[in-house]
Design a protein around this ligand. Structure first.
Ligand SMILES: [Zn+2]
Length: 283
């Protein structure tokens, strides 16, 4: 089986002890390409550095909605090779400028904008929501200007996200993916049918209590689905029995689950999912 991980964070410290071995395992498992997703200034640089070092890796530029208040502060976590990193951006506008510069110099490697979006689960205050909106609008502008897909994170913010799309995305020529999709079928239909967005399907689809997501995978045409792990987070069910940490090597379990729900052969489903990802991200 050949497959693509459209959303992974290989630079996180969870992989410090065995990063190269882990990447070798991914390749052996059939993972042909990986998109390293940026969440703030330092992780965006780390994602790009991984993409520069590995022919089969690509990256994004992005400010995670949970990190909008941390811009300009020292990194909240450690990233190998960036231990003494001092952020250059003092605010969101400056960070977006840095992203724009990176895109212009790294057209061959930067394939998406995000993760950006809304997260009202960790902090539901209006103050952070306003910052998330400002950041999201900036990412949207970059996506339009550079013809790159948006990578959207959403948690406990379905109404807000749909409202944002209605006001800012409708009628525009913007494509993208709602990463780690875990909304209901009605919402899935709006994103795919109305906006032409893809849905990122990861480990959650294998969980026992994911009836609604499994319904989404059954009902939404395969052409709108792309595979992802969000590693090191969200390991799929069987992988988790032996590993607390997720990695792209676990992707075949996710593909098999999608194939089972679609009642199709895994290899056929994998081939289509790979085409979907290559087309969406232009790689
Ligand atoms: Zn992520």
């Amino acid at each position: 089986m050949q497959i693509i991980d459209t959303h992974t964070h290989g630079y996180f410290s969870q992989f410090d002890d065995d990063r190269e071995k882990m990447f070798a395992r991914c390749r052996a498992a059939g993972v042909r390409k990986q998109i390293q997703i940026g969440c703030d200034e330092v992780s965006t640089l780390a994602a790009l550095a991984l993409a520069r070092k590995n022919d089969d890796f690509f990256s994004t530029v992005g400010l995670h909605p949970c990190d909008v208040l941390n811009v300009g502060k020292p990194a909240q976590y450690r990233v190998a090779g960036f231990e003494n990193f001092e952020p250059r951006a003092k605010n969101i506008d400056e960070l977006l400028e840095i992203f724009e510069n990176l895109i212009e110099k790294n057209h061959d490697k930067i394939v998406g904008i995000g993760e950006t979006g809304f997260d009202r689960f960790h902090d539901g205050s209006e103050a952070i929501f306003e910052m998330q909106k400002k950041s999201f609008l900036g990412h949207l502008k970059l996506a339009e200007k550079h013809d790159l897909p948006l990578v959207i994170h959403t948690r406990s913010a379905t109404t807000e996200l749909l409202d944002f799309f209605e006001k800012n995305v409708a009628g525009k020529n913007v494509r993208g993916v709602v990463h780690c999709f875990s909304e209901n079928l009605e919402t899935a239909k709006i994103f795919t049918e109305k906006y032409g967005f893809s849905l990122g399907i990861g480990g959650i689809v294998t969980f026992l209590k994911s009836d609604e997501l499994q319904k989404v995978v059954r009902e939404i045409p395969l052409e709108f689905l792309v595979t992802e792990t969000d590693a090191p987070f969200l390991p799929p069910k069987n992988w988790r029995k032996k590993n607390s940490r997720n990695e792209p090597t676990a992707l075949p379990e996710i593909v098999d689950k999608i194939a089972e729900l679609k009642n199709q052969r895994s290899d056929d489903v994998a081939a289509q999912l790979m085409r979907n990802a290559e087309q969406l991200f232009g790689m």
